[in-house]
Design a protein. Structure first.
Length: 368
């Protein structure tokens, strides 16, 4: 069903040119970085591709940590630019082990780039970013981090970790717009980008954005910036700053803790057993043998609760209970656990719905 015409946001006022630089500085503060922040006028998948193709050139060696299809995409883009890419693969739907990353790094005397997704929206995994960053710093390689599904839900201090390129999208924990993303680029990363043969004009060229925006004093953005997206990002950052970043992260952490406690009380082990390797954005729950994923999701939808499919190699094997942004709250987490449990019960599984609900409530009661 489409929205009534009168509810559509028509004639949105232009976003003033003198607000772009202050908005970028607010993103810098959110990321605890002095790196340059660029706006990418598209959803974060394009920003990820822009980072890859802006770095990629023949002669470079990269380790690409793959814990979902998004990591695989990044490796493919690097390869397309002539980079020798060595992939470190996690078990399906799981976080990468530090030891696997360490072994891969030690196996390459010369290493230029390490790329990793911090939090996985596709399967609920959380990679050990601080441990990986320490390994990369010791090697002297560039560290590229997809932080789209972790910013605002997990601590993320870009400069302290030594991240050279961080890509974020505001649509998840920050509860912002989908059609706008941002990239933080360190001085060291800019020096490497400058070695790539110029391929502008291109919306994928970070070097072109640097030349046409950063180097011109961060005034008017080139092209036709979408005003609604920038106003929405400003509003999202307003909300984050009012709540406080520490409180926002804590709210997501509490939601994940409650959701996982609820699943265990139902009698269901979360897909990711280790709490420290689980995202605070979504909690992955298994699809029991003999149950169709689509039927489970459809039955939950009839209860008014949206449950997401697994994405990639684990499709059909897990579902995702979403507690992102405004959904990182008691009511949503409780509805997720009760709906998932109720559907399993209706399909013949033995679950304790009352215990699941009580476990969710206990986590929130303890937080008060």
């Amino acid at each position: 069903m489409s929205l009534p015409f009168f509810k559509l946001p028509l004639d949105v006022p232009n976003y003033p040119a003198d607000r772009y630089a202050p908005l970028a500085d607010r993103v810098k503060r959110l990321l605890f970085t002095q790196s340059d922040v660029l706006f990418i006028q598209a959803e974060a998948l394009l920003a990820l591709e822009a980072a890859a193709v802006s770095l990629a050139r023949p002669g470079l060696t990269a380790i690409n940590i793959v814990t979902s299809p998004y990591g695989a995409y990044f490796g493919a883009w690097l390869k397309r630019g002539g980079v020798s890419v060595h992939e470190v693969l996690a078990e399906p739907g799981q976080a990468i082990a530090r030891s696997a990353v360490a072994d891969a790094i030690n196996a390459h005397p010369s290493l230029d780039i390490v790329a990793v997704v911090h939090g996985e929206g596709a399967n609920g995994a959380l990679n050990p970013l601080a441990e990986i960053a320490a390994l990369v710093r010791a090697k002297g390689a560039l560290l590229v981090v997809d932080a789209v599904a972790s910013v605002g839900a997990h601590p993320l201090e870009v400069d302290a970790l030594g991240i050279d390129i961080a890509i974020i999208g505001p649509q998840k924990a920050l509860a912002g717009p989908v059609g706008l993303s941002a990239v933080a680029v360190s001085d060291r990363a800019w020096r490497e980008i400058a070695k790539v043969q110029d391929f502008s004009p291109s919306s994928l060229s970070l070097a072109e954005i640097k030349a046409n925006w950063l180097d011109r004093g961060r005034g008017a953005l080139p092209g036709t910036p979408p005003p609604l997206e920038f106003w929405a990002l400003e509003a999202a950052l307003d909300r984050v700053e009012v709540e406080g970043l520490t409180n926002l992260v804590a709210r997501h952490q509490r939601a994940a803790k409650a959701c996982r406690a609820g699943l265990r009380a139902l009698g269901i082990a979360p897909w990711i057993a280790d709490d420290d390797r689980a995202s605070a954005l979504v909690t992955s729950a298994p699809v029991p043998p003999g149950i169709d994923e689509g039927a489970l999701i459809a039955a939950a939808a009839r209860l008014g609760v949206p449950i997401g499919r697994g994405f990639g190699a684990i499709e059909g094997r897990l579902v995702r209970l979403d507690h992102t942004g405004a959904r990182a709250a008691f009511g949503t987490v409780l509805a997720n656990v009760v709906a998932y449990g109720s559907v399993l019960a209706s399909l013949g599984q033995s679950v304790d719905i009352g215990a699941g609900a009580a476990a969710v409530a206990a986590v929130y009661a303890a937080a008060d």
